[in-house]
Design a protein around this ligand. Structure first.
Ligand SMILES: Cc1cc2nc3c(=O)[nH]c(=O)nc-3n(C[C@H](O)[C@H](O)[C@H](O)COP(=O)(O)O)c2cc1C
Length: 232
């Protein structure tokens, strides 16, 4: 099994430590874990050139940084996206990477392997905001086509992992173990739900009449998705 983790921060605080707890509970000796840390691995800001949409992802001015991450994502069984809550949102450095992956959304060119993957999104906040962060991270995975997505958000009432109360850490550990066991059962076995299937169907209809982006349309044509074939 292969796990790819996109960490929304470089430091090892509460969000990292909770993610690590998940990884420890989800992996065994046969698990390969590939981790990217933002902003160390963040590309430059998206400049809005639309090259990825209209000319192909390799024409992005930041393709050299972005594409190796995309290749790793494509080969993962489990995708983990995590970020501390910064002013009710994910960290800017993670958002910058995700902006570069807009072409992978279902209205454009979703990768066929996404539809059998499992996702996990994690966030911590001092007091409020993890729902917004995990929702935004989940939306990204969902529109890439990821079949089953789990959310874990925690208000840690602290600015560092060291200052999180021991009682809260014990509660977190219990919750993580329980959720990790549910996630494990889905890896390698999951299929997309009705919402993904419905949106894919709408996108298929949209691509059939697409006269605004030949790159997207050609992709759908080549995959056979303009007929009745499906990626799952
Ligand atoms: C720039 C910044 C913005 C923050 N915004 C929020 C916020 O909107 N809501 C909140 O409850 N905590 C907020 N916090 C606190 C962190 O989300 C919280 O301490 C989190 O657990 C830190 O995770 P980390 O230890 O992984 O860095 C903010 C912290 C920083 C540095």
């Amino acid at each position: 099994m292969r796990i790819v983790v996109l960490h929304g921060q470089l430091h090892k605080g509460s969000t990292y430590n909770i993610t690590k707890l998940f990884l420890d509970n989800l992996s065994d000796e046969n698990t390969e874990i590939i981790e990217y840390f933002m902003p160390k691995d963040t590309p430059s800001f998206c400049i809005g050139c639309f090259n990825c949409f209209t000319k192909g992802e390799e024409q992005c001015p930041h393709a050299e940084v972005v594409q190796p991450i995309v290749k790793a994502i494509e080969e993962a069984d489990l995708l983990v996206l995590e970020s501390p809550c910064y002013v009710y949102g994910m960290s800017g450095q993670l958002k910058t990477l995700l902006d570069h992956l807009a072409y992978l959304w279902m209205p454009h060119r979703p990768h066929p392997k996404m539809f059998s993957k499992v996702g996990l999104v994690i966030s911590t906040a001092a007091g409020a905001g993890t729902k917004k962060v995990t929702k935004a991270l989940k939306d990204n995975l969902f529109y890439w086509g990821v079949a089953k997505i789990y959310r874990y958000g925690k208000n840690v009432a602290a600015s560092s992992w060291e200052t999180v109360k021991p009682e809260k850490k014990r509660q977190i550990e219990k919750e993580v173990i329980k959720l990790a066991s549910r996630i494990s059962k889905q890896i390698g076995k999951t299929k997309p739900g009705i919402k993904t299937k419905a949106i894919f169907q709408v996108m298929r209809m949209s691509q059939k009449i697409n006269d605004w982006n030949p790159t997207d349309r050609e992709y759908w044509l080549q995959k056979g998705w303009l007929d009745s074939s499906k990626p799952w």
